[in-house]
Every structure is written in C-alpha cells, then in structure tokens.
Write a new protein. Structure first.
Length: 104
C-alpha cells in the first residue's frame, strides 16, 4: 500500500489458478487497473467476463461472486482510491487468501 496526496494505491495479486471471493466493501471507491495477466469476473448468475492487462475497472456495487485467475501467471490489480474510502472499507483485500476463497 502506498499513499500520496490523500490517495492510496493497493496492489492485489491473484496467483495462477486461484480465485478471490468478491466483497463489495473491499472495492469501494477504487478505480482498478489490470497491471498484469488476465482477470475473470464471475457474476452472481454465473456470467463470466475477462479483462486483460491495461483494462480499467470499477468493481464496487457490482453483482459479482468472485474474481478468477485462470492463467499461468499471477494477476496483479492496482486499486486507487481516496484514503478515506479505503480506510472505511471493511477489511482489506490485501489479506492473504483464506480457505473461504475458492480454488478452481
């Protein structure tokens, strides 16, 4: 995590073959860029959408179930938000994966 002029930058890495369970509050107020790899977003109804390096995303408030890395290299997401947005989020998506995070 880096901060500058009231903003915070967070790096979120998803290892190859791993998934992160989506928690809306963890992405509140953040503009997210796919820095490396390809991330796949899984909607609540099972719809899948993939985004490659360079894509800019807004993940807050979406009906998502999980974020998947189905590739062979780590995915790195860069999230930028005002410091108060990240501070207000419940938990931190910099947390290590837990058993509740699904492997696929």
């Amino acid at each position: 995590m880096r901060s500058d002029e009231g903003f915070e930058v967070r790096l979120v890495a998803v290892a190859p073959g791993r998934s992160l369970v989506y928690h809306d509050a963890e992405w509140r107020g953040a503009l997210v860029m796919v820095e490396r790899g390809q991330i796949e977003l899984e909607g609540m109804g099972g719809t899948l959408r993939s985004f490659d390096r360079g894509a800019v995303l807004w993940l807050a408030g979406l009906p998502l179930r999980a974020l998947h890395n189905r590739g062979h290299q780590p995915v790195v997401l860069v999230a930028v938000a005002r410091r108060d947005e990240f501070s207000a989020a419940a938990g931190s998506y910099l947390r290590p994966p837990t058993r509740g995070d699904r492997d696929r």
